[in-house]
Design a protein around this ligand. Structure first.
Ligand SMILES: Nc1nc2c(ncn2[C@@H]2O[C@H](COP(=O)(O)OP(=O)(O)O)[C@@H](O)[C@H]2O)c(=O)[nH]1
Ligand SMILES: [Mg+2]
Length: 278
């Protein structure tokens, strides 16, 4: 579900302070990003906010993204010193791999300690990347809740995983990069911005333009196109004709075509696609 948050400077400042407060209580931060748009689905000042903590970047929704691009992005983020795990939090893909990484981190934390302590962590990310899905994957639906602990702000809850590790129950919800118009469009393609605020015919036409450029074979295959035409609008009309999206008076039903293409992109029916490449 899409969280509708009106971000204004005061709200950003509060969020940032809250996350920084929570950071003091955790060993590591799990940052969730959408593998289809690994730039647009990240907060612009995340490095600044999380600085000094070990971070695991989750390339989520990998069931929808391009496998080769996942690997390239994973390498890229590792270069910055992050751990990276590719996941599909909807179906549970990558959970075991993540748990293994977490266990290693826990072992490191407890090295040469007389008393072993559980790893403590929090999840952060912009809306709709799959933070809640990840929490549910890690804890199971009926996760045990640990009550307040000394030194923990009242009201904060720790979820205990099966392996004893502790996860803050509320993720840090960050804002996306508003300044870059490409970010908004990429988030809209992926369904992270309400369609009502966009002209969906234009949005879909632009997406068709990107796909015609980057994934022509997938686009042709899905919509049985004979060729890729130069203008995105021409490709959109070809798709509408193939699918029979015609209104009375033989007019093209752009709206229906747009909804269909956006739906089919978002659900992965067109194929595994990454919109932002290195
Ligand atoms: N296809 C796919 N969908 C996912 C995945 N993870 C989450 N979703 C979907 O993405 C939407 C947002 O997920 P949610 O966990 O609420 O994101 P949050 O806003 O970051 O908490 C929901 O419709 C989820 O079902 C994934 O790995 N693959
Ligand atoms: Mg959520």
């Amino acid at each position: 579900m899409i969280e509708n948050i009106n971000w204004y400077p005061g709200h950003m400042k509060k969020t940032r302070e809250m996350i920084q407060q929570n950071l003091k209580m955790v060993d590591l931060v799990i940052e969730v990003v959408d593998a289809r748009i690994p730039v647009s689905s990240r907060n612009p000042i995340i490095d600044d906010i999380v600085s000094g903590k070990k971070r695991i970047i989750i390339l989520n929704k990998s069931d929808l993204s391009d496998k080769k691009a996942n690997d390239a992005w994973a390498e890229h983020f590792k270069k910055d010193g992050n751990l990276v795990v590719t996941m599909n939090c909807m179906a549970g893909g990558g959970v075991n791999q993540l748990l293994k990484v977490l266990e290693k981190e826990e072992a490191k934390k407890n090295e040469e300690k007389a008393v072993k302590k559980p790893l403590r962590m929090m999840i952060v990310g912009v809306p709709n990347v799959g933070k809640s899905s990840l929490i549910n994957r890690l804890t199971g639906k009926r996760s045990a809740q640990v009550g307040d602990r000394p030194g923990v702000t009242r009201g904060k809850q720790w979820l205990t995983l099966k392996n004893g590790m502790q996860l803050l129950d509320t993720p840090g919800i960050l804002w996306p990069k508003f300044e870059d118009p490409k970010t908004g469009i990429n988030l809209a393609y992926c369904g992270s911005i309400k369609d009502e605020i966009m002209d969906i015919a234009t949005l879909a036409m632009e997406l068709i333009g990107v796909l015609a450029e980057e994934y022509p074979d997938l686009l042709m295959e899905r919509y049985k196109l004979d060729e890729i035409l130069e203008m995105p609008l021409d490709n959109m009309e070809a798709i509408a004709l193939k699918r029979g999206f015609i209104l009375p008076g033989k007019r093209i039903d752009y709206e229906r075509c747009a909804k269909t293409v956006l739906d089919e992109f978002r659900s992965g029916k067109i194929g595994n696609i990454t919109l932002e490449r290195l």
